[in-house]
Design a protein around this ligand. Structure first.
Ligand code: NAG
Ligand code: NAG
Ligand code: NAG
Ligand code: NAG
Ligand code: NAG
Ligand code: NAG
Ligand code: NAG
Ligand code: NAG
Length: 267
């Protein structure tokens, strides 16, 4: 028996592209399969089944531009400012969760511990660009669509199920760490790449991603099991939001939609 599965990603302009994602779909249809649960864990499962999107992220305007050293500097500035706003809103979202009395204590504790990293990211970038931050809702910079979409998705996910906040924000931590470390391997030796300094500033040990993976896996093992299939969909949606964000710094019209049209046929 062989299984043929085609995933159609709907694009905002009405066009659709098809990618083959056999591994992802075959595995996600086995989410309640004990042997898969025993050979991996939740954090690895969602990442391993999103590597097709990792490849796509690698080719975005921002990441490929940094890699090749030919990113339009205006796009770079635009990206960096939007990234600061993203960090700022995610810090607010973690604060909103940490302060929510109807959310379980252990989630609120984790949320509290996540606020600071995102605050630092926004404050550092705002300082660098002299952006006034009144700590209210006025940033002095327009929030563009990819950041609005991405943070609304995190907010909606968080409100519906607080545990899932960690899934919706894991793409940022994990993908970022993977991409910046891969970029560093390429640009380290090339001092004529103008974005080398940006990569050097941004690649890190991945401790935040690991902390978050450990927490998700701990909850999953404690019997508060994530629904692996739903979890994978949420994670893939977050990855697509990352890709849209990396592409917005440019004039790419490619926008990935989270609604996947999964058609499968068994032959
Ligand atoms: C569970 O997954 C394993 C490994 O992919 C596979 O060999 C097995 O047939 C699956 N079992 C069921 C009941 O789907
Ligand atoms: C080094 O960077 C420059 C400028 O970005 C680029 O044109 C060149 O191809 C790179 N060299 C190598 C060996 O990658
Ligand atoms: C999250 O969504 C709620 C409901 O729409 C809204 O009131 C709140 O301000 C949002 N939080 C942030 C940090 O944007
Ligand atoms: C929240 O985290 C800060 C450190 O970032 C800590 O000082 C504070 O005690 C924590 N608050 C709660 C309620 O856990
Ligand atoms: C607080 O959490 C509850 C339960 O998860 C949710 O329904 C509510 O919208 C949250 N409130 C805020 C302000 O986020
Ligand atoms: C990035 O992720 C891919 C796929 O899991 C992996 O093969 C690669 O080693 C990772 N790179 C880094 C620097 O973590
Ligand atoms: C489970 O996840 C952790 C990260 O939390 C990872 O380091 C570890 O290798 C994984 N273990 C297995 C058995 O997959
Ligand atoms: C998109 O940007 C590229 C690089 O800056 C430029 O060459 C191209 O003409 C632009 N296309 C459109 C439709 O604006």
């Amino acid at each position: 028996m062989s299984m043929l599965i085609v995933v159609t990603i709907l694009c905002s302009n009405g066009l659709s592209i098809s990618v083959s994602a056999d591994q992802h779909d075959i595995q996600s249809s086995f989410t309640r399969n004990r042997s898969i649960r025993q050979s991996t864990n939740f954090s690895e499962y969602i990442w391993d089944n999103a590597v097709d999107l990792l490849a796509e992220a690698w080719e975005t305007t921002f990441i490929s531009g940094v890699r090749n050293g030919n990113l339009d500097p205006y796009f770079y500035g635009d990206y960096v400012l939007q990234d600061a706003i993203y960090c700022r809103i995610v810090a607010q979202l973690w604060t909103q969760l940490a302060n929510n009395a109807s959310v379980e204590e252990e989630i609120r504790e984790y949320a509290n511990g996540s606020i600071r990293g995102f605050q630092v990211c926004s404050v550092d970038l705002f300082d660098m660009f002299n952006v006034k931050d009144d700590r209210g809702n006025s940033y002095g910079v327009l929030v563009k669509q990819p950041v609005q979409d991405y943070t609304s998705f995190i907010n909606a996910t968080m409100t519906e199920n607080a545990h899932n906040t960690l899934i919706a924000t894991y793409a940022c931590l994990k993908l970022w760490n993977n991409l910046t470390n891969e970029l560093w391997k390429i640009v380290e030796a090339n001092t004529s790449n103008p974005y080398r300094i940006w990569v050097e500033d941004n690649f890190g040990s991945g401790s935040s991603a690991r902390r978050q993976a450990d927490q998700m896996d701990k909850w999953d093992q404690d019997g508060k099991l994530y629904d692996w299939s739903e979890g994978l969909s949420l994670f893939r949606c977050a990855m697509k939001n990352e890709i849209n964000f990396f592409n917005h710094a440019g004039n790419s019209s490619a926008v990935l939609n989270c609604e996947e049209d999964i058609s499968s046929s068994i032959t």
